[in-house]
Write a protein that binds this ligand. Structure first.
Ligand code: AMP
Length: 115
């Protein structure tokens, strides 16, 4: 069996995290190194390595995660001001944890294009 990722360990409560939302399909917690006043990571409980590994059978799960993101944005007061959802995939995008995750960043302005 593949070794558990850091995020699977957070799901299994082997590593502590500031969890802000959980249901049977996903977990959301505050990033340990926040890049904005609001910086939440939303992850599926299913250990999908990255966006490149999303399968057609995961479509409902990914759609559900985006519904959760919308709710978290509302609950954290960034829905009206705006926010950014980012999923880094692979080395060029600086992905460091091989477990699909969506960064939800808000509470400040962001530049475009991204660095
Ligand atoms: P990425 O670089 O896109 O793979 O994002 C991984 C994110 O996980 C980074 O923003 C890290 O700050 C964050 N991170 C790493 N370890 C932890 C942890 N123990 N709790 C919360 N966030 C973490």
């Amino acid at each position: 069996m593949a070794e558990k990722t850091l995020f699977s360990k957070i799901i299994d409560r082997e590593i502590p995290a500031d969890i802000v939302y959980e249901d049977d399909q996903c977990l959301a917690f505050r990033d340990i190194s926040p890049q904005a006043p609001v910086h939440i990571l939303v992850i599926p409980k299913k250990p999908i390595p990255s966006t490149s590994a999303i399968l057609p059978e995961d479509a409902e799960l990914v759609g559900h995660i985006f519904c959760v993101i919308a709710r978290l944005a509302e609950d954290n007061g960034i829905a009206k001001s705006g926010y950014r959802v980012v999923s880094n995939c692979g080395p060029d995008a600086c992905q460091t944890v091989p477990h699909l995750h969506f960064h939800v960043l808000g509470g400040r302005g962001f530049a475009w294009p991204p660095g």
